[in-house]
Write a new protein. Sequence first.
Length: 120
Amino acid sequence: MLVFSQKADDNIAALVKAIDGVQKNNDKLGTVLVGVSGVEAADLEKLQDTHKLTTPLTISVQADGPKNYKLNKEAAVTVLVYKRGGAIHKNFAFKDTKAAADKAKDIAEAAEDALKDAKK
């Protein structure tokens, strides 16, 4: 799962914590939060120090994220849930981080569904 975020705030932490809950019981789920569009390493370090997240946090080398992902610049948060083999199982895009945090449960469920499909 890839989470691209234009902000590093408490709402993003809530989303990542929901994903961490799935990750802790499913070692096959690989997740990374990628900061884009001005998110700095210091922002993610503060987020990590404050919330003790287990999901790796990193910064995109390309300011707006990898070009081949064609991320919508209007979406503050984009979540891509992959199945084994690389096919996208589900994607989510949110105008702000609060909307993403509000759907954290749905995103975690999508990750669990993708893992169930991988076990078949």
